[in-house]
Design a protein around this ligand. Structure first.
Ligand SMILES: [Zn+2]
Ligand SMILES: [Zn+2]
Ligand SMILES: [Zn+2]
Length: 281
């Protein structure tokens, strides 16, 4: 499995769209891995996780053929994870020679409703028909082409907008836990982690709060929280010595620039994401 981080920032991006704080100014000065766009990941070339407003930038930056994407998983409908208007230019006269005209979208009912509220009026019939919506139920595994996808509840926002974190396994049993966006997980999620037949190959942790210790009290985590959660997951076998543990989804409010994150990560046993990072599993 090839796993690629396309964007690794929280909602406002880093440097943030409308910010002149010291952390944004420093990121802007440093450039490179300190430029973080809104969170999105691609598995192989056919499964996309989330559709942020920076999707188009990701296509340009990384030379992606997004027409190969057959499966789109949406974690939740915060705008940094789902910018519905982008789908209105998929298909019809806007898109030619698509590798896969059909797109399967996996999400909560509220996310689908949100899409039609925002973009339904802009869709023509053919584009609408090419989108196949799969409404997910918590803990019920669905088959998305070669991938088995299990949605788990995120601890993140009000339950009227059910947010998901995902366990994704490919046909060879290689698996990823994509834990964005979420604070500390509910007891049922821990029961699920315990029941996994094998430990995950990659775990991507929400690290929005950077150096701040939230004491696992909010809808996001900081590095000290991630270490505690990682160690708890190790203790129940969801993570073992071979698992790639990666901190991801960073904000200027968490204060740590890329090099500082890498230094902290070395001490804590965590790898640090950056836009364009590829992990072969
Ligand atoms: Zn987010
Ligand atoms: Zn800032
Ligand atoms: Zn969010």
């Amino acid at each position: 499995m090839k796993f690629m981080y396309l964007g690794t920032a929280a909602a406002e991006g880093w440097p943030a769209v409308f910010c002149q704080c010291d952390f944004c100014k420093e990121a802007e000065r440093l450039g490179g891995k300190d430029i973080r766009t809104r969170a999105q990941a691609l598995i192989n070339d056919d499964l996309l996780i989330d559709l942020p407003p920076d999707t188009y930038m990701h296509k340009l930056r990384h030379g992606l053929d997004l027409t190969k994407v057959q499966h789109l998983l949406i974690t939740h409908c915060h705008m940094d994870h789902f910018y519905p208007q982008e789908l209105s230019v998929r298909g019809s006269g806007y898109s030619h020679n698509m590798a896969s005209p059909d797109l399967h979208i996996y999400c909560a009912q509220e996310t689908k409703d949100f899409f039609y509220r925002c973009s339904g009026w802009e869709l023509d019939e053919a584009s609408d028909e090419a989108m196949h919506w799969h409404i997910l139920t918590l803990f019920e595994t669905v088959q998305a082409g070669p991938y088995r996808v299990t949605p788990l509840p995120a601890h993140h926002m009000s339950s009227e907008h059910q947010p998901f974190i995902y366990h994704i396994e490919d046909a060879d049993g290689v698996s990823v836990l994509y834990l964005h966006d979420s604070g500390y997980y509910a007891p049922e999620v821990w029961t699920y982690f315990k029941s996994m037949k094998k430990s995950a190959d990659l775990v991507s942790f929400d690290t929005t709060c950077g150096e701040i210790d939230t004491h696992c009290g909010g809808g996001h985590l900081g590095l000290p929280d991630v270490v505690r959660v990682r160690d708890e997951m190790k203790a129940i076998g969801a993570i073992d010595a071979h698992t790639r543990c990666i901190a991801n989804h960073f904000s200027h409010n968490g204060h740590l620039l890329h090099n500082q994150l890498v230094e902290a990560g070395k001490l804590l046993g965590l790898d640090i994401s950056y836009d364009g990072k590829i992990i072969e599993l």
